[in-house]
Ligand binder design. Structure first.
Ligand SMILES: Cc1ncc(COP(=O)(O)O)c(C=O)c1O
Length: 399
């Protein structure tokens, strides 16, 4: 059978990370590629108990539920959001199948093929996949360690009139960077002034290595200082509980939430009732904030471990900014080194990472790479960094 696939599929590249994950499966490869949480820190016992409670509470955990999501879970999330300075009601929230679905549904309800969207440079690679799938033009604003550069955002907004801005302001993927307060305010001012919605994707915001550090969300800042309603916020349980529960949420103006619910009906009717009820029971009976403190502390240790191992290798021309949270180290390799070509050598040595090119809509900085430090620790990280250093040395000696 010769299938006639939709032309939009020819635009979509397969996820580099997922391809690398496939390549590394079953082999003795240390993978710094995937954005995987530490499995040994999953709250297994608490999830088991929560699942027991959900099932014991009656049969509703196995039944269809509301497209907008299980109401008790939305109410509990509203309480959590209030602790972050975000004042929201359950009708301003929709539960999604991971925050990835929130991004995908937002694209469906806000854009037509050919529309422009504005992103950070570099940005989350799976959002680029969604944009490609929907035939969007992606424009990237210059960004540094303090966030998107406001002057560039303003210029591009005037020039391209994007349908929305997509950003990860706290512990971004891939860079790990945190936007400064000034940048957050500047970007909000631009969005409010030009009436451009901004999708604030926040899967990592709670994974702070300094538990006293405070990074107000764009959503909270907008509510407190601007009241413009331009921010659509999304987050997920993937990094703070477990990704397999595939539960995220989006918050925004009720007009947006209603549209998202319509699109979600067409996509999957609803997210898993069982998973939502497990999470609701978990929030009721498990000290999630304490758990988040434990994983964040461990991730901070793992980051420092990887950083000192790389430093000890004394590779000339290797730079990075120490992340204050999240799951990634974004490294700049020696000038002129192509990380994609390096990956082939690295995999042959038994280590994998994601070449930076995957995170650029265009004009990639080829000498960049994203290293995940949360999935491995100890001996594995030692081995992986040693192999990576060997690959870089061999590669630079050859070219
Ligand atoms: C920036 C960003 N957004 C969204 C997601 C999707 O997360 P999930 O669909 O598991 O909630 C990820 C996952 O790695 C991510 O890094």
């Amino acid at each position: 059978m010769e299938f006639r696939f939709a032309s939009r599929m020819t635009q979509v590249k397969s996820s580099v990370v997922r391809d690398i994950l496939k390549l590394t499966q079953g082999n003795d490869i240390v993978s710094f590629a995937g954005g995987l949480p530490a499995e040994e820190l999953f709250p297994v016992q608490a999830v088991r108990e929560a699942a027991d409670r959900a099932i014991s509470a009656g049969t509703s955990a196995l039944q269809y539920g509301l497209t907008e999501g299980y109401l008790p879970l939305r109410e509990q999330l509203c309480v959590r959001m209030a602790q972050k300075g975000m004042n929201v009601q359950p009708e301003e929230m929709i539960i999604t199948t991971g925050s990835q679905q929130a991004i995908s549904l937002l694209v469906q309800v806000l854009t037509e093929p050919g529309d422009t969207v504005l992103v950070e440079r570099p940005t989350y690679l799976a959002c680029l996949q969604v944009f490609e799938l929907h035939g969007l033009k992606v424009v990237a604003a210059e960004s540094d360690e303090h966030g998107m550069i406001p002057e560039d955002v303003e210029r591009l907004v005037r020039e391209h009139k994007p349908k929305f801005i997509y950003a990860v302001p706290t512990f971004g993927n891939p860079t790990g960077n945190v936007w400064s307060l000034e940048r957050r305010q500047e970007i909000l001012r631009i969005c409010a002034g030009h009436q451009v919605p901004i999708i604030e994707d926040d899967p990592y915001g709670e994974l702070k290595y300094d538990e006293n550090a405070a990074y107000p969300t764009l959503f909270a800042l907008d509510q407190q200082q601007f009241g413009s309603g331009v921010v659509i916020y999304t987050s997920t349980f993937s990094k703070i509980v477990a990704p397999a529960l595939r539960t995220g949420w989006a918050i925004g103006d009720t007009q947006v939430i209603k549209m998202l619910a319509k699109a979600k009906q067409a996509a999957d009717l609803q997210s898993s009732t069982m998973d939502q009820q497990i999470l609701s029971q978990l929030l009721a009976h498990f000290p999630l904030d304490e758990h988040i403190r434990i994983i964040s502390e461990s991730y901070g240790d793992r980051m420092r471990e990887m950083q000192s191992l790389i430093k000890a290798q004394k590779i000339e021309g290797l730079h990075w900014i120490e992340p204050k949270g999240g799951m990634f180290l974004w490294v700049e390799l020696p000038e002129g080194l192509d990380a994609e070509a390096l990956l082939r050598v690295a995999v042959s040595k038994g280590v994998a990472f994601v070449p930076g090119i995957a995170f650029y809509a265009y004009d990639p900085k080829r000498n960049t790479a994203r290293l995940n430090f949360t999935h491995n620790k100890g001996e594995k990280t030692v081995l992986g960094v040693a192999r990576l250093a060997e690959a870089i040395r061999e590669f630079t000696a050859r070219s």
